[in-house]
Design a protein around this ligand. Structure first.
Ligand code: AMP
Length: 218
């Protein structure tokens, strides 16, 4: 049966790292709205210009824009056996849009739809965000404190200079947490009520969290 997996959790809870790994494990595409929006900005498109104004402030990009990106991506051939959706939906309104997109794409076919909530102590996350660096070429994520690159400032895999996301500064990070608590966290109850939510303890090493994740998605 087609597997449709979505993930909830505050910024920098580790779901990017885990969902990327999970996508490779299942052989499904890893669809991460943050990265899709950053690619849109890098392309210089009009939509990218709109998205940038919101991302730089730690706010949600308007639903018409992100909904259109997701609909077009989920309709592609590589999603027909399943997908890993990371960062969408992020509000109750987006959850309704996802329902509609799923109806359009899946019709009456039965699918295995599950939401996983990464539960983590949010106090630690601002530090995690300001220490986060990533490789602009392969996307590998590092943390200066907990997962530093072998050579300072360089990707272990590609050797290129690591970069810091513009919104990974303390001020924007705080705004992103406010957005998360106000708009995204109501989804936890929404999916709990639909009986499709599993929560995992996301505090721990990458391997520990991975083991917990596999138990709820396999
Ligand atoms: P992320 O890479 O998931 O931390 O997302 C970075 C930023 O992209 C967020 O702070 C939002 O501004 C924007 N963004 C990502 N996903 C969405 C979404 N589903 N809806 C609206 N904005 C989003």
């Amino acid at each position: 049966m087609k597997k449709e997996l979505i993930f909830l959790g505050p910024p920098a809870c580790g779901k990017g790292t885990q969902t990327d790994k999970l996508a490779k494990y299942f052989g499904f595409p890893h669809i991460d709205t943050g990265s899709l929006l950053r690619a849109e900005i890098a392309s210089g498109s009009e939509n990218g210009k709109v998205a940038k104004q919101y991302i730089d402030k730690g706010l949600l990009v308007p639903v018409w824009l992100v909904g259109a990106i997701i609909k077009s991506r989920l309709s592609q051939e590589d999603c027909k056996n399943g997908f890993i959706l990371d960062g969408f939906p992020r509000s109750l309104e987006q959850a309704e849009i996802l329902e509609q997109i799923k109806k359009d794409i899946d019709g009456d076919n039965q699918v295995d739809f599950r939401a996983t909530y990464f539960e983590v102590d949010t106090e630690k996350l601002i530090t995690r965000i300001v220490n986060r660096r990533s490789c602009p070429k392969c996307g590998e994520i590092y943390n200066l404190k907990t997962k530093p690159p072998k050579t300072e400032g360089k990707c272990d895999i590609c050797g290129v200079e690591l970069t810091q996301r513009k919104d990974d500064n303390e001020e924007t990070a705080k705004a992103r947490f406010d957005t998360y608590f106000n708009e995204t966290s109501p989804l936890i109850d929404c999916y709990k009520n639909k009986n499709v939510l599993a929560s995992i303890d996301a505090d721990g090493t990458i391997d520990e969290v991975w083991e917990r994740l596999l138990k709820v998605v396999e």
